[in-house]
Write a protein that binds this ligand. Structure first.
Ligand SMILES: Nc1nc2c(ncn2[C@@H]2O[C@H](COP(=O)(O)OP(=O)(O)OP(=O)(O)O)[C@@H](O)[C@H]2O)c(=O)[nH]1
Ligand SMILES: [Mg+2]
Length: 639
C-alpha cells in the first residue's frame, strides 16, 4: 500500500531541501555514533562502570529501536505508548479509547507481558519488521511472548496515530520492566498512566524524570480515581508534575467507573483523551512537532550521555595498558634474571660444577693458572683427559640446573604479575575468569623447559661440530670429543668469561677457565669468542621465547577484552558530530520559530478544548508546544 501523502510534510523549496539534507546528515551521524557505541565496550569493572554500561546499552537500543528508524520515516504515524504503573488500568484504557477490546486487561498482576500495537489498517506498512523496535517479532495473534509485538489493525483508531499497550514499568517481573522501558524509549508520545493508589510511587516518577530530562512529549493519565478523590489527588499530582519539569504535559483524569462485559469503561470516561488523540491525529503539523520534540530530546540526551562513556572507554584502555605493563615487567625481569644467571657463574655451582670438575680435573692445574698464558694453555690441554661419560654427566647436570633456574624465575614472575593484577578490580576480574591459576607457572613448563635446554645443547653441539669440521682429525679435537668441547662451550657461556683474558679469566671463571683454554687450544681465541657469543645468544633467545609463552597467558587475557586503541576518541568525535548537526538545526528552527508555534496551535487548542471534565484544569499545552527547539535548553551540553 502506498503511504498517504501528509500535507504538512510535503517538502518544497530550498529551505525544505536543506532540512531534508540536514536530516540525512543526522541519520548518517547517528548510524556512525551507534557503531562507535557498539565498539565502546567497557569490559573492566572500574568504579561506576555499571551505570555507564547500562547507559551505553540503552543508547544503542534507543538508536536502533527508535531514533534512526524514526528519523528516516518522519511521516510515519505518531506512536503513543501507553505505559505506567502496574495495574493502573493501561489495557482497560487502551480498549476503552479504541472502543472495543484489542488488548487483554486482567486482575492478575502483571497482565500485559507482550506489547500490543493498535493502528489504522492504512498505516500497516509503517509497522513492518524493519522499522521501530526491529527486535520484536511481528505477530497477529494474542501472545504472552515478550519478544513479540502484536499488531492490531482497526479503523477504530484514526490514521496517523498508533497506540501501543505496554507492560508495567514497576512490574515485579524484570522482563516486563525492561520491555516497558524499551517501549517507552521508542515512543513519540508517552501516555503515562498512574492511579490514585500509585501516583506517588517512586518508579513511575523516575520514568517521568527521564521524560522531562529528554523533553519527551508526555500526557499523564490519572486513572482509577474515585470521584470524591479526584480534586485532591489531581491537584497534588499536577503540582508534582510542575515541580518536576512537566508543567506543560496535559493531565487527564479518568474516574473509576464500572467496566462492561468486555472490560471497557463507559465512553464518557475516556472522551477527553480520545478527543485529544483524535485532534492530534488530524493535525499533521502538530503531530510532526510532537515527533520532533521527542526525537530531538532523545538525540540531545544520547549525545550528552556519550561523553562520559567515551571517557570511560579511555580509562578502560589505560587500565588495559597498565595491566599489560605489569605483566611485562614481571616477565621482563624473569628473562633478565635467567639470562644473567646463565652468564654470571650462577649456574657453575653445585652439581654442574662438581660434574665439570670431574671432567676437567682440578688441583695443580688450577694453581698453575698464574703462570704465563702461553704455557697455561698447553698445560691445560695436556692435563684434561675427560671421558665421554663424564661429559655426558655435565650435560645432564646443566640440563637440570637450567630447568630449575627457569622454573624458579617463571614461578616468581607468575607470582609477581598475579599479585599486582590482584590489587586492582579489573585485574582481579580477569584472573578470576582465567582458564588456569596464573599465580603459578604453567603446568607443562618443566617439560617445555627441558626441551628448550636440550635443544640448546643440541645447538651447541652443532656449533662445535661445524666449527671443528676441518679439525676432526686433530689430536686435541679427538682427545676431548665433540661432547667434551660442547660442555666446555656451555661452561664458558655460563662463566661469562669469553672475551676476557689472562688473570681476568682466572678471577671471573675459576675452574671454568679450563674450558675456555681447552676450546682455545682447539679452535683459537677468536673462534671461541664467536662461538661463545653465538651459544649465549641462542640460549637467550630460547629462554625468552619460553617465558614469552608464559607471559602471553596474561597478555591474552587483556587482548581478549578487545579494546581498540582510539575507541574513546572516535566515540567522542561521533557524538560531537551529532551535536554540531543538532546546533545547526536548532539555529534554523530558531529562525522559523514563528511558523512552528503557529503549527502547534491545532493540537494545543484541541487539548485545551477537551476541558478534561473532572480534571484539575492543569491541562496545559500539549508537549507539542515544546517542539520549538531551544539550543540553550541544555547548558550542560558540550559546545
Ligand atoms: N471497576 C474498574 N475496574 C478497572 C478500571 N480500570 C481497570 N480496572 C480493572 O483493573 C484491573 C487491571 O486493569 P488492567 O487494564 O489490566 O491494568 P494494566 O495497567 O493494563 O495492568 P498490567 O498490564 O498488569 O500492568 C482489571 O481487572 C481491570 O478490569 C476502572 O476504571 N474501573
Ligand atoms: Mg495491561
Amino acid at each position: 500500500m502506498t503511504p498517504r501523502p501528509l500535507p504538512g510534510l510535503r517538502r518544497s523549496g530550498s529551505a525544505d531541501r536543506a532540512a531534508a539534507a540536514a536530516d540525512d546528515a543526522m541519520v548518517t551521524a547517528l548510524v556512525r555514533l551507534r557503531g562507535r557505541l557498539q565498539d565502546a565496550e567497557l569490559p573492566f569493572d572500574l568504579p561506576g562502570v555499571e551505570v555507564l554500561r547500562r547507559s551505553r546499552a540503552a543508547m544503542i537500543d534507543q538508536l536502533e529501536d527508535y531514533v534512526i528508524p524514526r528519523l528516516t520515516t518522519l511521516e510515519a504515524p505518531l506512536l503513543a505508548v501507553v505505559g505506567g504503573s502496574t495495574g493502573a488500568g493501561k489495557s482497560t484504557l487502551v480498549n476503552s479509547v479504541v472502543g472495543h477490546r484489542v488488548t487483554a486487561p486482567g486482575v492478575l498482576r502483571p497482565t500485559t507481558r507482550s506489547p500490543v500495537l493498535v493502528h489504522h489498517p492504512d498505516d500497516a506498512h509503517w509497522f513492518g519488521q524493519d522499522r521501530l523496535l526491529p527486535d520484536l517479532r511481528r505477530v497477529e495473534h494474542v501472545t504472552d511472548d515478550p519478544d513479540s509485538l502484536q499488531l492490531v489493525p482497526t479503523d477504530a483508531v484514526p490514521a496517523g496515530l498508533a497506540v501501543l499497550d505496554a507492560p508495567d514499568v514497576d512490574s515485579v517481573e524484570e522482563r516486563n520492566r525492561l520491555l516497558a522501558a524499551q517501549l517507552l524509549a521508542a515512543a513519540d508520545l508517552w501516555v503515562f498512566v498512574t492511579s490514585a493508589a500509585r501516583y506517588a510511587d517512586q518508579v513511575p516518577w523516575e520514568f517521568l524524570r527521564q521524560a522531562a530530562e529528554r523533553s519527551t512529549a508526555v500526557a499523564v493519565v490519572l486513572d482509577r480515581t474515585p470521584d470524591e478523590a479526584i480534586t485532591t489527588v489531581s491537584t497534588h499530582l499536577a503540582r508534582m508534575l510542575a515541580t518536576r519539569g512537566l508543567k506543560d504535559s496535559p493531565l487527564f483524569t479518568v474516574t473509576e467507573g464500572p467496566v462492561d462485559a468486555d472490560g471497557l469503561l463507559p465512553r464518557g470516561h475516556v472522551a477527553d483523551i480520545r478527543g485529544w488523540l483524535d485532534s492530534l491525529a488530524a493535525d499533521t503539523d502538530a503531530r510532526t512537532l510532537v515527533v520532533r520534540q521527542t526525537l530531538d530530546g532523545a538525540v540531545r540526551v544520547i549525545a550528552r550521555q556519550t561523553y562520559p562513556v567515551s571517557d570511560a572507554v579511555a580509562d578502560q584502555a589505560r587500565v588495559a595498558t597498565r595491566l599489560r605493563e605489569e605483566a611485562d615487567r614481571a616477565y621482563d625481569h624473569a628473562v633478565e634474571e635467567v639470562v644473567e644467571a646463565c652468564a654470571d657463574g650462577t649456574l657453575l655451582r653445585g652439581e654442574v660444577l662438581a660434574r665439570w670438575q670431574e671432567f676437567v680435573g682440578t688441583g695443580e692445574l688450577l694453581r698453575s693458572l698464574e703462570e704465563r698464558v702461553s704455557r697455561i694453555r698447553d698445560r691445560v690441554v695436556n692435563a684434561v683427559r675427560g671421558k665421554p661419560q663424564q661429559a655426558e654427566r655435565v650435560t645432564t647436570a646443566v640440563e637440570s640446573g637450567m630447568e630449575t633456574l627457569i622454573l624458579e624465575h617463571a614461578e616468581a614472575a607468575a607470582e609477581a604479575a598475579y599479585a599486582s593484577w590482584s590489587q586492582q578490580p579489573a585485574g582481579a576480574a580477569l584472573l578470576a575468569g582465567a582458564p588456569a591459576d596464573l599465580g603459578r607457572a604453567s603446568r607443562d613448563l618443566r617439560r617445555r623447559a627441558e626441551r628448550v635446554v636440550r635443544d640448546w645443547q643440541a645447538d651447541v653441539l652443532d656449533m662445535v661440530r661445524s666449527e671443528g669440521a676441518d679439525k676432526r682429525s686433530t689430536a686435541r679435537y679427538l682427545a676431548f670429543g665433540v661432547n667434551g668441547l660442547s660442555v666446555s662451550l656451555m661452561v664458558v657461556v655460563f662463566a661469562g668469561t669469553a672475551g676476557l683474558t689472562g688473570a681476568e679469566v682466572g678471577i671471573a671463571g675459576g675452574s671454568a677457565v679450563l674450558g675456555q683454554k681447552l676450546l682455545e687450544a682447539v679452535f683459537g681465541d677468536q673462534a671461541v669468542r664467536t662461538l661463545a657469543e653465538r651459544a649465549r645468544r641462542s640460549l637467550q633467545e630460547r629462554v625468552t621465547t619460553l617465558l614469552e609463552a608464559e607471559r602471553s597467558r596474561y597478555s591474552e587475557l587483556v587482548d581478549a577484552v578487545t579494546l581498540r586503541p582510539g575507541a574513546g576518541e572516535e566515540l567522542r568525535v561521533a557524538a560531537r558530530r551529532v551535536d554540531d548537526l543538532r546546533y545547526a538545526r536548532a539555529k534554523r528552527a530558531g529562525a522559523s520559530t514563528t511558523t512552528a508555534t503557529t503549527a502547534t496551535t491545532g493540537a494545543t487548542g484541541a487539548t485545551g478544548a477537551t476541558g478534561t471534565t473532572g480534571t484539575t484544569g492543569t491541562t496545559g499545552t500539549t508537549g507539542a508546544t515544546d517542539a520549538t527547539v531551544d539550543p540553550q535548553k541544555d547548558p550542560g551540553d558540550p559546545q
